[in-house]
Write a protein that binds this ligand. Structure first.
Ligand SMILES: Cc1cc2nc3c(=O)[nH]c(=O)nc-3n(C[C@H](O)[C@H](O)[C@H](O)COP(=O)(O)OP(=O)(O)OC[C@H]3O[C@@H](n4cnc5c(N)ncnc54)[C@H](O)[C@@H]3O)c2cc1C
Length: 167
């Protein structure tokens, strides 16, 4: 049997932090979990609830841009330009009319390509824990922060490029 200084029961957010701090402080620690490491927050509470709420928020936000554009258009103001986070298909007509100069969003084509490139790099061993950069070949190089591959700056959709996108 092994002796340890501290046994932490439950690996929810509190247990994980407690065990980490105890180890950082130089004591030996065992973390005991009966179900899932990460606890309620990761699997049933904070993260799943925000994952369900955020898409609705984003969609509502995306719909506000053409709504504002329609209001500006009907007011006859040509000195006001609408912009925001929205979708090409919702804003195309207003962008072509010049009521919206540009909208901003991450390019879903890049997102898909990056997901496949990341999976490929992981599967072939080209991406290992601790890496700071992902070389995604023709799709470019992406920064890695912790366990996140960062997509980088969002894309500006405007009159010149809007017809290349259908989402
Ligand atoms: C819908 C919802 C949304 C939430 N959103 C947020 C949010 O956005 N931000 C936020 O900060 N908080 C949020 N919370 C609160 C957050 O989930 C809790 O505050 C947090 O999970 C508490 O952490 P904990 O480690 O104390 O407990 P828990 O996460 O419950 O972890 C306890 C762990 O102990 C284990 N355990 C229990 N008994 C034993 C045993 N005898 N032996 C071994 N293991 C055992 C359990 O299996 C569990 O994994 C939300 C909660 C809910 C319900």
């Amino acid at each position: 049997m092994t002796d340890v200084d501290v046994v932490v029961i439950g690996a929810g957010p509190v247990g994980e932090v407690a065990a980490g701090r105890i180890a950082d402080g130089g004591l030996s620690v065992v973390l005991v979990e009966r179900e899932l490491v990460g606890g309620e927050c990761s699997y049933w509470a904070c993260i799943p609830s925000k994952t369900l709420l955020r898409p609705g928020d984003v969609l509502a936000e995306a719909r506000r841009v053409p709504g504002a554009a329609e209001a500006v258009k009907q007011s006859g103001r040509t000195d006001v330009k609408v912009t925001g986070l929205s979708l090409p298909n919702l804003c195309r007509a207003y962008i072509k009319e010049g009521v919206i100069e540009s909208i901003v969003l991450w390019n879903t084509l890049d997102l898909g390509a990056l997901t496949v490139a990341t999976a490929n790099a992981l599967a072939t061993g080209r991406l290992a824990p601790g890496a700071r950069e992902l070389d995604a070949g023709p799709f470019g190089t992406y920064e890695i922060a912790g366990d996140e591959v960062r997509l980088g700056a969002p894309f500006l959709f405007n009159k010149a490029n809007i017809d290349r996108f259908t989402f």
